[in-house]
Design a protein around this ligand. Structure first.
Ligand code: ATP
Length: 221
């Protein structure tokens, strides 16, 4: 059964961190494909300086052109309005009924999962892969497994238990939540947007094609 990763985000813009961690996850889970799924309107993010969905889509398309196992989906852009991940998960499960679909999220995003629409349903529908991510500011003294465990038990379901050999939170009836250790990439789209505003270089943080597109279109100024 083939594995398919669903990697949603604002991608405002896509950066080298996204590419590197997605490749780490793909390799560790031996996935056939990872779909990058840009949101039309993210419900949870401040929308200031949000580039047009078409521009964000185009930048992903350029960036992944050298990665045969990466693909892009415009399902959220076509749907218009607020982009709810639960609708996207249902769409892909229907589209690939014989594949195992995984939802891929960074630690920062997962730790807000209780604010997502129908969040409890994710844990019955799809295995989730949570990628480690360097914290913007050192707020927690817990290690990633401890941080995830305390969050899951407080906000999702007390019956999830950590299984160290598989680095996975397992539940007798519900879907597993994997903690995936990926290459620490201290890059964020926010930082890139700020650097552009300050007239500083972003060359080391985004693929050359994305940098070129940003300057050509005058994005994030
Ligand atoms: P912003 O700074 O605008 O909030 P971002 O860099 O977090 O953006 P998103 O498009 O929001 O980028 O990210 C999409 C997904 O990728 C989220 O689940 C996020 O946690 C994850 N992600 C982004 N950058 C990294 C990174 N450097 N390491 C691990 N996960 C990441």
């Amino acid at each position: 059964m083939k594995g398919i990763g669903l990697f949603g985000g604002t991608f405002n813009p896509l950066h080298n961190g996204h590419l590197k961690v997605a490749e780490d996850v793909r390799a560790q889970f031996q996935m056939e494909k990872i779909y990058f799924i840009p949101s039309a309107l993210p419900p949870h993010k401040k929308r200031d300086n949000l580039a047009d969905a078409g521009d964000r889509y185009q930048m992903i398309e350029f960036a992944i052109s050298g990665y045969p196992k990466f693909d892009i989906s415009d399902v959220e852009i076509q749907r218009k309005g607020l982009s709810y991940s639960i609708d996207t998960v249902r769409y892909f499960k229907k589209k690939f009924p014989s594949a195992t679909c995984y939802l891929i999220v960074g630690m920062d995003a997962f730790l807000e999962v209780d604010t997502w629409k129908s969040y409890g349903t994710f844990f019955d529908l799809i295995p989730i892969i949570v990628m480690t991510r360097p914290a913007e500011s050192a707020v927690s003294t817990l290690n990633p497994a401890e941080e995830l465990e305390s969050y899951i038990q407080a906000h999702v379901d007390q019956h999830y238990e950590f299984s160290p050999p598989t680095s996975c939170f397992v539940h007798p009836e519900r879907q597993p939540v994997f903690l995936c250790h990926v290459t620490p990439m201290d890059i964020s789209s926010t930082r890139i947007r700020n650097l552009i505003k300050q007239g500083k270089s972003i060359t080391t943080m985004v693929p050359a094609s994305v940098e070129k597109y940003i300057y050509k279109k005058g994005l994030y100024l």
